[in-house]
Design a protein around this ligand. Structure first.
Ligand code: GLY
Length: 363
């Protein structure tokens, strides 16, 4: 048994009769109990604590989960030092930063943009797709054109540093399409605390439950570094990088997007929860499914999955060692009894954000 998978206990926050938030066993869950004034929960891939704090501030003020996840993922989208999302994200092999993003609310409404260029906040374009069109997904030049029509300002997203690194990569690869098509970014390249890793390929996925019991999610990325131009990952694919069933649970994913698409990862998690699994167990089962169906050597693939249900139970699981996530819980909830290991915590307004090293299959 892996060190981080020794304990797979689930965590549920619930208001006790005394009005105090307390951790309870997963077996106490009853999704239909959640209404009106439920404790909020927010969870995001990697150590996106600043992003989660932005979302959390909205949730503890009684705000809407959809607004929270949109505001949350704006943080890495605008951060030039985050090399896997938005501004400063690694470009494709032609030097173009192309972004994938989606958003979904508690009523099965969803919007998405794929391979959009020059737009700082693709998640907000995805929300506009959801709110003002009859479509779910816009791609490429059409998505950019729609964004500009909607008032989004064109912005150069290729920072000097990203361009410098891309040119160095080009030199190393001699723009050999075959070699670059076979190129795969390193596992866990999103971890900024691993300085040896210079290239990144991934994603801020965030899901939240608000005080009204509404679930929402957002997922945003610049995708696989130096990808073949036109490549779209899982992050804008409803059911792969994100899925929200407002009556049941929400799930999101990070890692090599092709694997999440192949396995319909986020939707698989939701269906496992529908079948009776806890969010923690459903994430583990979905990772096992990814390992089973990937045509690649599983040891070269990463998948990090997260889920939260309407009762506030949450979980995370990864294929490889090294996937971390952040979860925000309200004051009074106490330290969660998570599967995996809590490596850090930070007090925020009305709660605490915990950094959790997820349990995993390989490592
Ligand atoms: N998971 C993000 C991507 O592969 O593009």
């Amino acid at each position: 048994m892996k060190p981080n998978s020794a304990s797979r206990r689930d965590f549920l926050i619930r208001t006790t009769t005394a009005g105090v938030l307390a951790p309870l066993a997963a077996s106490c869950s009853n999704a239909s109990d959640v209404s009106g004034n439920s404790p909020p929960v927010a969870i995001a891939t990697w150590d996106n604590r600043r992003a989660l704090t932005a979302a959390w501030d909205i949730l503890v003020a009684g705000g809407y989960a959809l607004d929270a996840v949109e505001a949350g993922v704006h943080v890495p989208e605008a951060d030039p030092d985050d090399r896997s999302v938005g501004l400063g994200g690694h470009p494709d092999r032609d030097g173009r930063v192309t972004l994938d993003s989606c958003i979904m609310d508690e009523r099965f409404r969803c919007g998405s943009v794929a391979a959009i260029e020059d737009i700082l906040h693709p998640v907000s374009v995805a929300r506009r797709v959801m709110e003002v069109t009859q479509h779910v997904m816009l791609a490429g030049d059409g998505a950019r054109q729609f964004a500009i029509e909607q008032g989004f300002e064109p912005t150069n997203l290729l920072t000097e540093q990203s361009e410098r690194e891309w040119r160095a990569w080009l030199d190393a690869n001699n723009y050999d399409p075959e070699a670059s098509a076979g190129y795969r970014p390193p596992i866990n390249s999103e971890r900024r605390d691993m300085p040896s890793i210079q290239e990144s390929h991934d994603t801020c996925g965030m899901i939240a439950l608000d005080t009204e019991g509404r679930l929402s999610g957002a997922c945003t990325t610049s995708g696989w570094a130096y990808k073949v131009r036109g490549r779209v990952g899982d992050s804008p694919i409803i059911g792969a990088g994100l899925y929200v069933d407002g009556e049941l649970a929400a799930a999101t994913a990070t890692g090599h997007g092709e694997e999440m698409i192949r396995a319909a990862a986020a939707h698989t998690i939701i269906e496992r929860i529908r079948g009776g699994a806890s969010p923690q167990e459903a994430c583990r089962q979905a990772v096992e499914h990814i390992r089973r169906v990937t045509p690649s050597d599983p040891s070269e693939v990463q998948a990090g999955l997260l889920a939260v249900d309407r009762s506030g139970r949450f979980g995370g699981f990864a294929l490889q060692k090294g996937f971390v996530y952040v979860v925000g819980l309200p004051d009074g909830a106490g330290e969660p009894d998570v599967a995996g290991t809590i490596t850090d915590s930070v007090a925020v307004s009305g709660g605490t954000i915990y950094v959790v090293e997820a349990p995993y299959l390989i490592g």
